[in-house]
Design a protein around this ligand. Sequence first.
Ligand SMILES: [Zn+2]
Length: 228
Amino acid sequence: MLRLTPILLAVLYALVFYRFSVWRTHRELDQRSTELADPELKRLTDRLAAALDLARVPVYIYEIDPVNGLAAPDGRIFITRGFYRKFRNGEVTGEEMASVIAHELGHVALGHARRRMIDFSGQNAMRTALAMLLGRFIPFVGVWIANGLTTLLAARLSRADEYEADEYAAALLTKAGIGTEPQKSLFRKLEALTQSRAGVAPAWLLSHPKTNERIAALEALENRWNRG
Ligand SMILES: [Zn+2]
C-alpha cells in the first residue's frame, strides 16, 4: 500500500486538476462571450444550419484578440473578437468565416470537442501527474519524458482531428452551396499573415497541420468526389 500511495496521489491530483480546469474553461467562455449578432454571417450560418437540418448554429464571440475558433462540447461555436475584427475590416470574407464555423462544427459533430476540452484542460493534468510519477523513479529525466510524452500524444490526437474536421467542413460547405474555395483561400491568407509577422502564426494555425498539406488534402478529397 505504501508503495502505491504516490501513484494514487498522482492519479487523484490529476483528476481534481482536470475537473477544475474544465470548470474554469467553461466559466471563462460563459463570462467572456456574447452571441454573434451579425446579419451577413447569420445568413451564412443559417445556410449551414439548413444543410444540417438544424434550426440554427449557435455562434458566439469570445472576447480575446488572438485569431482563433473554438468548439465547446455542448455544441457552441466560439469565434474570437480578433478573428471577427478581421472579417469586419474586410481582411477575411463572410464565406471564409463560415468555413471556420463549419470546421469547428466538424469538431463538435465528430465528437472531438469533448476530447479537445480534455486536450485543453487535461494536458497539464496529465503532464503533472506523469512528472510526479516518473520523477520518483527517474529523477530529473522523468519530468522531461513526461513533457515529451504529453506533447506527442496531444499532437497526434489533434492532427488526425484537424483533417477530419476539414473534410467535414468541405462536405458541409459544399452542401450549403458555399463550396470549398473559402476554406483554401482562408488557409492561404492566414499563412501569408504568418510570413508577414516574421513567422508568428495566428493561434488558429498553430494547433493545426501545415497549410499546404491541408490544402492538398482538400484537393485530394475534391478529386475523389469528382471521380465518384
Ligand atoms: Zn480544428
